[in-house]
Write a protein that binds this ligand. Structure first.
Ligand SMILES: Cc1cc2nc3c(=O)[nH]c(=O)nc-3n(C[C@H](O)[C@H](O)[C@H](O)COP(=O)(O)O)c2cc1C
Length: 220
């Protein structure tokens, strides 16, 4: 007899009314990074699980998109920083087409932030500084995993990890393939759910002057 399985949810009937708050033009900070910092702090203070988890979308040369979750590991006046293997699918796609999009899905706050931008490789010195701060296991994993390439099985990965452990008994250097990107934003949208699907959507768009931003409101 097969074990009892809960029936799937009735998707058409699953809906939430969003009523936690609103977002007015007068609430906005002068630039999107300052505004993002404010919302990220609120997401962390509210106890959201991994508030720095974001969906990164890239596209290959022919325009075929792909998305995956990545952790935001830095935020400065340039933009949004994450680390990964540059030989991975996302790395290959960014090498051919540096345009990308980020999405922060902060459901419990009825918020999302969308970023459209261009990814640039971080200087090796920044990569080395962050790599040095990672736990040893993650450093070894970076050596053991040819990220996004096909492997023969779990045993190959476990073997590669053990090999890295033996090869680097003390300090673990940064693998050549491991790197980081800063996503420089062209547009950042702050979305706050409202009743009746009349949500607030305020978008900072880069103006013609350097570091000048204009704000527009989009219909929900
Ligand atoms: C919550 C979460 C955080 C993740 N953070 C990272 C990250 O910071 N860097 C990374 O390379 N992969 C991260 N991953 C794994 C990626 O989602 C993905 O599997 C991997 O990077 C390979 O993606 P690609 O084949 O599209 O390049 C994370 C996954 C999850 C679910």
């Amino acid at each position: 007899m097969s074990p009892a399985v809960d029936p799937p949810p009735d998707l058409a009937a699953l809906r939430e009314e969003y009523a936690r708050g609103g977002l007015d033009e007068s609430d906005l900070a002068v630039d999107p990074i300052a505004m993002f910092r404010r919302w990220l702090t609120e997401a962390a203070t509210a106890g959201l699980h991994e508030p720095n988890a974001m969906v990164v979308s890239t596209a290959d040369d022919s325009g075929r998109p792909s998305s995956r979750m990545v952790l935001l590991k830095g935020l400065d006046e340039r933009g949004f920083v994450f680390f990964t293997n540059t030989g991975s699918r996302k790395g290959e796609e960014l090498a051919g087409n540096s345009r990308c999009a980020l999405l922060f899905p902060w459901h419990p706050l009825e918020r999302q932030v969308r970023v459209d931008g261009t990814a640039a490789l971080l200087p090796r010195v920044d990569v080395a500084a962050y790599f040095a701060s990672r736990p040893r296991g993650s450093q070894l994993g970076a050596w053991a995993s040819p990220q996004s390439r096909v492997v023969s099985g779990r045993a190959e990965l476990d073997g590669a990890f053990a090999e890295a452990e033996a090869r680097f008994p003390a300090e673990v250097p940064v693998p050549d393939e491991w790197g980081g990107y800063v996503v420089v934003p062209d547009a950042v949208e702050f979305w706050q759910g409202r009743p009746g699907r009349m949500h607030d959507r305020l978008v900072y768009r880069r103006g013609s002057e350097p570091d000048a931003w204009e704000v527009v409101r989009l219909a929900p």
